[in-house]
Every structure is written in structure tokens, then in C-alpha cells.
Design a protein around this ligand. Sequence first.
Ligand code: C2E
Ligand code: MG
Ligand code: MG
Ligand code: MG
Length: 282
Amino acid sequence: RADEAMYENKRRIKSGVPGGTEEEEALAAGLWGAAERGELRVHYQPVVELPTGEINGMEALVRWEHPERGTIPPGVFIPIAEKTGAIEEIGAWVLAEACAQVAQWRAGGRRLHLGVNASPRQLTGGFADRVIRTLAETGFPATELIIEVTESVQVENPAVVAELHLLHGHGVRIALDDFGTGYSTLRYLTQLPIDILKIDQSFVAVLNGTANGAMVTDTVLRLGRMMNLTTIAEGVESAEQATELVELGCRSAQGYHFARPMPAAELTALLYPAEVSSAATS
Ligand code: C2E
Ligand code: MG
Ligand code: MG
Ligand code: MG
């Protein structure tokens, strides 16, 4: 009994979401081992060059095929995995899976970069080593990998900052995701080795051909040019938005207007249309 109680208690601590709802608790428990059980999928959203629309990379976005509940989006389970710590094994799996897949696409002759999201909790001691090991194992080039972090990254934690500098020193590029929606923005730019700013979709959504609508997007694009950073607009949903972004000097974008996130096999068909019937896809 005592053993069982202790085990149960450990399980609770391991899977528990502090202050979580019953729903969260249930999802939290199921997240442990989800990668090992084969319940996770990576979808890939093309990142295109403006104005040509040519695909020059992609972002890996994880989905959870829950055995009873069907597909659960990352916006629901990533925050839970962050709280419980399951994000570490999930993140490691996504990185390995995506590097292997994009390495295969690159082997077909396309030059493609890969963005992988990393939550604050993943950015602990050893993160850079794990990433570098995965690159070696998958043969994916460091300079084509982009680690996307948000402004929730602990910039005051020297260990976190050191991990990002280690990665950057190895050639991996670092992107600030959802740029402008967080806080102390400029401090991130001075303390972290940032290469890319991803303009949050909320700023793209308000583009309407007026100076007022373009205020934030224009400011971020100017900041990017001044600091010699690449800028990628997120959440481009219309031709009008794409045109306005080109006029504002944005050269890279992703969004439903170009392509939704999709399973690897679908993207293979887009990347290698002529070979799709004969190509080995994963
Ligand atoms: P994010 O990194 O900012 O990813 C962009 C999100 O915007 C994705 O949602 C994508 O599907 C969505 N999106 C793309 N184009 C459009 C558009 O034109 N309109 C609209 N309305 N949305 C668009 P998704 O896949 O649901 O992912 C949500 C968030 O979950 C991501 O935001 C990222 O923060 C997190 N996430 C996803 N995969 C991972 C992962 O493997 N690890 C970690 N740590 N976080 C992840
Ligand atoms: Mg992202
Ligand atoms: Mg984003
Ligand atoms: Mg986001």
C-alpha cells in the first residue's frame, strides 16, 4: 500500500499541472511517452520568398494524435508539456524527426532551411549539445537550422543565454518568434544572438493599405534592416497582405495564403511534383 501510494504520488508529481484543470491533468498524463508511442506528428509549413513565392524553407509544427480525442493542436498541449517537463522529450523527438525529413528533401536537390520551435523549458543546460548531436546524427547542416524562441525565454538566466550562444557559434540561426507580442524586446536583441525576427501574425492581420495598419510591421522591418537581421512575416492570409509586405520591403513569409502546415508526404508533392509518384516519401 505504502509503495503504491508513493508511486501514485510520484506519478502525480511527474504528470501534474500545478493549478491545472481536470482536463489539463488528463492531457498531461497522456503526454508522457506520446512520442515513444508514435502519437506525435510533425507538419511542415512552407516559408516562401517574396515576391516569387518560391519555397525556401519550412517550419516544423507538432501535432498530437490522441488515441481517443483525435488531433490536438500544439497551442493546447505544448503549454501543458512545458509545465510538466514532457516538453523535453517531445522537443527532442520533433527536432530529430524534422531534421531527418528535411535532410531527405535537401538530398533531392532543394536548398531548404528548417525552423524548429523551442520552449523556454527546453533551453536548459545541454540543449545546445543535444541539438548539435541531432545535426550530426541526421546529417542536417547547422547553418540551415533555425531555432525559434519567443520573448518568454529567460534572458536573465545566464545558462539559457549561454546555450543560445553555443548554438549560434556552431552556425545554427536563432529566430525571435511572435516578435513584438512579448516584453523587453530590445533587451533580447542585445543579449541573445538573434539572426531572424518573425513578425507576429497579429501585426500582419491588421495590414490594410494604410500607414496606421502597417505601423508595427513597418517598424519591425526597419529594425531588421538596421540590425542586419532577416525578417519573416507570419500568418499571411491574403494576396493583399503579401503585396503590402513586398512594398514594405519584406522578403520572406509564411501563411495560409501560400500554404498551410501539412504532413511530409503532401509537401513532398509540392517540392518534387514530377517525381511524386516514384519518390520514396516518409
Ligand atoms: P508559432 O511557432 O508562432 O507557429 C505559427 C502558428 O501559426 C502555427 O500554429 C501555424 O499553423 C499558424 N499559422 C500559420 N499560417 C497561418 C495563417 O495564415 N493564419 C493563421 N491564423 N495561423 C497561421 P500551430 O501549428 O497551431 O502552432 C501554435 C504554436 O505552438 C506555435 O506558434 C509554437 O509556438 C507552438 N509549437 C508548435 N510546434 C511546436 C514544437 O514542436 N515545439 C514547441 N516548443 N512549440 C511548438
Ligand atoms: Mg514558430
Ligand atoms: Mg509565431
Ligand atoms: Mg505563436
